[in-house]
Design a binder for this molecule. Structure first.
Ligand SMILES: [Zn+2]
Length: 335
């Protein structure tokens, strides 16, 4: 990355989720220095989305000028190449094969780094969030789909090609239901928001289970969403709690494989469903204690994420800070 870390007092963290772009200045330690500026850019056209993003970033640079931002860390909700320069694919946005880093650096005149959303989120949680200071952390994000991020030996682990951490596509049921990735029986099919809706729908109106009838009411109104089922479960509705627990057991199966594979100090569970807290985590944690191998099964902590929607923004900024530092060190050793 060009540019110097010297006189820089902040980096702009840019979190992109769906059509929402959130930007805030972040200091070297991961502290957010001002409330985020939030913009939305809803379009099915790549050029229009990128133009909207550029406008939002220009506005942010002006708004946060007093914090003297020296770089931007952009967290992308899709696959980014190993050099963190090119967006390869994006599930929910019309952007693919785009050399975004070069384009934004040219337009904004500042160094830019791209980071995958889950990779940024795990860095943020392991720096200033639920796993602050830990060296071996796995993030699993339960939303519409299931994402994952790996923080191993105190640094992001991306694999040989930048594709590591696709924990949503661990197979938990051989020959199971088809997944959007083309495989069958993936954790994502059994532990995502979409799965929660399926478990709730199977219970809605069943007199032995849906005793309050609340799930049936949601279904009739066409409002049976993961978020709505979650709210009912948190309010104590028995059938909704049941549906969450079905999901939680599948999550537990995934966590057993994760614990056996990585022996992490902590698994941080985030994404929209992460807000369900112990209702979601306790049954999954029990499965890990019973089925994973020692010593991980007795040692690993399974906790809710702390940073919520801010994780992408803060993690992106921390990635950019790290690159600025590396660039300075390289410049120092060469000069
Ligand atoms: Zn899959």
């Amino acid at each position: 990355m060009k540019g110097q870390g010297g006189g820089v007092t902040s980096v702009l963290g840019v979190g992109i989720e769906g059509a929402t772009i959130a930007v805030a200045p972040v200091d070297r330690e991961g502290g957010q220095l001002a409330p985020a500026l939030v913009a939305t850019c809803r379009t099915a056209d790549q050029a229009a989305f990128l133009a909207g993003l550029q406008t939002a970033l220009r506005r942010s640079l002006a708004q946060f000028a007093e914090h003297r931002p020296g770089a931007l860390g952009v967290t992308w909700p899709g696959t980014v190449d190993a050099g963190r320069s090119v967006v390869i694919a994006t599930p929910n946005l019309p952007v693919a094969d785009a050399p975004l880093r070069a384009r934004l650096e040219k337009a904004l005149g500042l160094p830019v780094v791209l980071e995958n959303h889950a990779d940024a989120a795990v860095r943020a949680e392991a720096t200033v969030g639920a796993a602050a200071g830990l060296q071996h952390v796995v993030l699993i994000a339960l939303g519409t789909g299931v994402g994952g991020g790996l923080w191993l030996n105190g640094r992001a682990y991306r694999g040989a090609n930048g594709g590591a951490g696709e924990l949503g596509h661990i197979i938990v049921r051989a020959g199971g239901l088809p997944c959007l990735c083309g495989s069958h029986g993936c954790l994502e099919v059994y532990a995502s928001g979409r799965a929660l809706v399926r478990y709730a729908a199977a219970r809605a109106g069943d007199p032995g289970v849906d005793t309050s009838g609340e799930l049936a009411v949601l279904q009739e109104k066409g409002k049976l969403t993961g978020a709505a089922v979650g709210r009912l479960a948190l309010a104590g509705d028995k059938a909704a709690v049941d549906a969450v627990h079905e999901l939680s057991r599948w999550l537990g199966a995934g966590l057993v494989s994760i614990t056996n594979s990585f022996d992490p100090e902590m698994v941080v569970v985030g994404g929209g469903l992460g807000d369900l807290g112990e209702l979601l985590l306790a049954p999954a944690r029990d499965m890990v204690r019973k089925l994973a191998m020692p010593p991980g099964r007795d040692k690993v902590r399974v906790e809710s994420a702390m940073l919520g929607e801010r994780a992408g923004m803060i993690g992106g900024a921390l990635t950019a800070w790290q690159e600025l530092g590396e660039t300075r060190r390289r410049a120092g050793s060469e000069g």
